[in-house]
Design a protein around this ligand. Structure first.
Ligand code: UD1
Ligand code: UDP
Length: 376
């Protein structure tokens, strides 16, 4: 490894920013030279800038401005832009996060250029290849040099796919690190007051293509969500992907529904913290409600985050079952089967990842035991 090696983080979408912030902070504390490449997959101020401000992320060294498009068009633009930036900066390691198209593209570019990579949030599997994210996860994990797992189930998925155990490190969940760091600032009252919302409310976030892209799916979902709003006033910070389709299906402001722009990280989690119930199809929100102990109903047939069910407040529901499940959740409050958080969700995942990366950059022994990290 050369003197003063360089680490680049490739980020593009809202959840990437939340996962990267603790890793960037911890690498900074170890004095590692690093930079952020923003692909521009998400570009609205409320989908991007607000996260850099709320999470204290440094300015990117490059913003590729790839924007939106079909999977082929967006991925093609990402490949072209990322190849140029990786050639220009010649990083020693590229770190990618989660399962978005920016992650997939960065892994492909680096694999072809012979640049080494690390994947944060490796090994999650929904076993549903109809989800674009599942395809991205499989390809990303198969090409990564260092794999950072957030939950123990990921280890067996990676082993089953033939990923050598020596590449894999169970480090905990950096998204939960960000939540721990934000906790002292999470106050529902000012957000509730600003929105003019009542004291007791539920929050809904919905953006999965299977739920919002077709008029039929959107209609079924909206009808179920409106039934929930007859039980409890509902605040819906709407992801741009679902905005038009869900509105056409009838998800508009009403006596007990408030549809608002996407919220910044601190505002959104403040609202979640004070909510009696969350209805979602987000990956990250399943984890955050587990940590905050807020009942969560996930409108999906599967989850790549089963620890949020076994160790958390999350339940999977169909749209048809959502109203009854909401009624029960509102009556019962939060209950967690195991009574404890998933292992290593302790706010220290970022420093663990940074220690492994820094040792890897030095060429040190990377056995998990040598790092003080569990490999299974
Ligand atoms: C992407 C990820 C998804 C993740 C989500 C987080 C992929 C394949 N999907 O989905 O896994 O859960 O981000 O939020 O990478 N748009 C805007 N403004 C923006 C960004 C997007 O208006 O700043 C609109 C555009 O109409 C765009 C649509 O949202 O076509 C979808 O954006 P895109 O980045 O393609 O996918 P997401 O649905 O956001
Ligand atoms: N989030 C936010 N504002 C919102 C909705 C979500 O800050 O209006 C945060 C949420 O707390 C989590 C992240 O965005 O940290 C999750 O992003 P998203 O649901 O878009 O993606 P997913 O996790 O499904 O990939």
């Amino acid at each position: 490894m050369r003197e003063n090696p360089l680490v680049l983080h490739v980020l593009g979408a809202r959840p990437n920013f939340v996962k990267a912030a603790p890793v960037v902070r911890a690498l900074g504390e170890l004095g590692v030279r690093q930079g952020i490449v923003h692909t521009g997959q998400h570009y609205d101020a409320l989908m991007s800038d607000v996260f850099f401000a709320d999470l204290g992320l440094p300015e990117p060294v490059a913003n590729l401005g790839v924007g939106s498009g079909t999977h082929a068009k967006q991925t093609a633009a990402l490949l072209v832009g990322l190849e140029e930036v990786v050639l220009e900066h010649a990083p020693d390691l590229v770190v990618v996060y989660g399962d978005v198209n920016s992650t997939l593209a960065a892994i492909l570019v680096c694999a072809k250029l012979g640049v080494r990579t690390a994947h944060v949030e490796a090994g999650l599997r929904s076993f549903d290849r109809g989800m674009p994210e599942e395809v991205n996860r499989i390809v990303t994990d198969s090409l990564s040099d260092l794999l950072f797992a957030t939950s123990p189930d990921a280890l067996s998925h990676l082993a089953a796919e033939g990923v050598p155990a020596a590449k894999v490190h169970l480090v905990g969940n950096p998204m939960i690190d960000s939540l721990f760091a934000a906790l002292p600032s999470l106050d529902p009252a000012p957000v509730v007051a600003r929105l003019g919302a009542p004291e007791r409310y539920a929050v809904a976030t919905l953006h999965r293509p299977a739920n919002v892209d077709s008029p039929e799916a959107a209609a079924e979902l909206v009808s179920a969500v409106l039934e929930v709003s007859r039980q409890i006033p509902l605040i819906v910070p709407i992801h741009p992907r679902g905005r038009t389709r869900l509105a056409e299906a009838g998800l508009v402001d009403g006596p007990s529904v408030q549809v608002v722009d996407p919220l910044g990280y601190v505002d959104f989690l403040s609202l979640v913290r004070g909510a009696a119930l969350v209805v979602t199809d987000s990956g990250g929100v399943q984890e955050e409600t587990t940590m905050l102990g807020v009942p969560c109903l996930t409108v999906r047939p599967n989850t790549e985050r089963p620890v949020t069910i076994t160790h958390g407040t999350n339940r999977l529901v169909t749209p048809a079952l959502l109203p009854a499940a909401a009624e029960k959740a509102l009556a019962d409050g939060a209950s967690t089967p195991s009574g404890e958080l998933p292992p290593l969700w302790d706010g220290a995942a970022g420093p663990r990842i940074a220690r492994v990366i820094s040792a890897w950059l030095r060429g040190d022994n990377l056995s998990p035991a040598a790092q003080g990290i569990r490999s299974e």
